[in-house]
Design a protein around this ligand. Structure first.
Ligand code: FAD
Length: 478
């Protein structure tokens, strides 16, 4: 994976840049020592690494604005960073860039239960948003498996989803407004504590823009009353394809489970060894959860288990208690970590129409044999949001490149069957050069022009999202 050549003039000005940043930030908020900047050299796509010029940790919008103004004046690229859990290399620095981390911006600014909103600084972690309102019986719906660590800032930038987004939607469906600082330091407010803002849907544009348009410092989020009850059911099958067909039939039937999650044998085994969730012995497992009163849950599960039985499951087990349900979900949410304990892997994130699940799962199995690399599948099946985990050996020469080529073939396959390159993890550096497989030149030019408007000097989050040659020439042309 190629990155642009660092700008020697910026590297030569490091001391000046650091001094100016120190002059507008509290003590200890500028990190420039090589040993300490190493902590920011990668995100969760750890195959790619590069320490930044320096990192800054502001505490509010005014400080973010001061930092961006300086970087804008001095022509220094800036990489916004939440918790660094991106699986697409979204927060990967370049050697000549400043990492702008929002980890110290984690306050709750307002809760309004009557209007069901919470306003937070963007560095607040996803799970702690629910933590702030759960005593009053509310929760924040988007639930990435990384929710203990990832920040609302990153969730907005990647338009993140999670297991329960089948019913509640992803970040964009739960975001009402942001405060954002543009690259020149100016502060804009978009949306607010109401359902829809007048004018163009700028909020829709910002959510999912991967740190290309501005630095989000505050967010107004919807909170929802907790459901009366919820119950997952485990459905085991003797093949991936049959499990995929069952998902498609559940969606077609018009029942709306809150979640339909899929795991294949490698992920079931790794997760069971790690989290002891009580998963059955089978080739493919679905976790289907429904919500509501007991009567509503029973009625929905009757339809779902009826559909599942037509696919001859090897196991069909409803959770009997809250403890059992918690264990089932702990397993699912630990799956990526459990796989990471046994192998290096690259996690893909393509989305396909659910009817294509059986075909795409079969093709992934065939590609795994062709490339000679193992693969595990664990994903949000109800949304058709696939996460093949391609296993490789980081210490074996050539294995990463083989893994990249395998991954590119899978993502092209997603586009071919009518899906797209990313469901929730974003494009980052991982998929930027595949954008030409999804968009034609006219489509891409339109997206580049949007970036031109928000960030005319092309300083924000360089070398991400757009094919490298396009973003490098755009920046050079300024
Ligand atoms: C184990 C594991 C499980 C995961 N499960 C899921 C899942 O279920 N669903 C899902 O959607 N994702 C998942 N992810 C991916 C990741 O957690 C999400 O993409 C998350 O939203 C990233 O948040 P972050 O705060 O870590 O952002 P970072 O990794 O720090 O950054 C992500 C992107 O956001 C940009 N950014 C950060 N802060 C700002 C800001 N203030 N303003 C503008 N742009 C900004 C960065 O430049 C970068 O492009 C998982 C990751 C891991 C490691």
């Amino acid at each position: 994976m190629e990155m642009p050549t660092p700008d020697a003039a910026i590297l030569a000005k490091k001391a000046q840049i650091v001094a100016r940043l120190q002059s507008v930030l509290p003590n200890g908020a500028v990190i420039s020592d090589a040993a300490q900047t190493k902590a920011y050299e990668c995100d969760a796509l750890s195959a790619y690494r590069c320490p930044p010029l320096c990192a800054v940790l502001p505490t509010d919008t005014a400080e973010v604005s001061a930092v961006l103004k300086i970087c804008h004046d001095m022509g220094v690229p800036v990489v916004p960073r939440g918790a660094g859990t991106s699986l697409a290399g979204g927060a990967l620095p370049t050697a000549d860039s400043v990492i702008l981390g929002v980890a110290r911006m984690s306050d709750v600014l307002e809760t309004d239960y009557d209007n069901r909103i919470i306003r937070v600084q963007s560095g607040r972690t996803n799970l702690s948003v629910t933590g702030a309102v759960e005593e009053e019986g509310f929760f924040y719906a988007p639930d990435p498996s990384s929710q203990l660590a990832c920040a609302i800032a990153g969730n907005i930038a990647m338009n993140s989803g999670g297991a329960h987004c089948l019913k509640y939607g992803v970040t964009t469906n739960n975001l009402l407004g942001v405060v954002m600082v543009l690259m020149d330091g100016s502060v804009v407010e978009v949306g607010g504590a109401h359902l829809d803002a007048g004018g163009l849907d700028f909020l829709g544009l910002i959510c999912g823009s991967e740190g290309q348009l501005g630095v989000v410092t505050e967010a107004t989020l919807k909170i929802l009353p907790k459901p009366e009850g919820a119950r997952p059911v485990l459905i085991g099958f003797d093949s991936n394809e049959v499990a995929g067909a069952c998902v498609s039939d559940i969606i077609k039937a018009g029942v709306l489970p809150v979640a339909i999650e899929f795991m294949d044998r490698p992920c079931i085994e790794a997760t069971e060894a790690f989290a002891h969730a009580g998963y059955p012995e089978c080739e493919a497992l679905l976790i289907v959860e429904v919500e509501g009163s007991d009567a509503e849950i029973d009625a929905q599960l009757k339809v779902i288990t009826g559909i599942a039985r037509r696919h001859k499951p090897v196991e069909l087990r409803e959770s009997k208690s809250e403890e059992e349900s918690a264990k089932i979900w702990l397993g699912r949410k630990s799956a990526f970590g459990a796989m990471g304990q046994i192998n290096d892997y690259m996690c893909l994130d393509g989305t396909i129409p659910v009817t294509e699940l059986p075909y795409v799962l079969r093709r992934i199995g065939e590609l795994s044999i062709e490339y000679g690399l193992g693969v595990g599948n664990v994903f949000h099946a109800g949304d058709g949001n696939m996460h093949p985990l391609i296993l490789y050996d980081a210490n074996k020469p050539g294995d990463l490149e083989k893994c990249e080529a395998f991954g590119a073939d899978v993502l092209r396959l997603c586009v071919e069957v009518g899906g797209c390159l990313t469901g929730e993890h974003g494009v980052g550096v991982e998929k930027r050069d595949l954008m030409v497989d999804q968009f034609n030149a006219v489509d891409l030019e339109a997206q580049l022009r949007v970036k031109d408007v928000f960030d005319p000097k092309w300083l924000l989050n360089p070398a991400k999202v757009f094919p490298l040659d396009a973003s490098v020439s755009r920046r050079a042309g300024q």
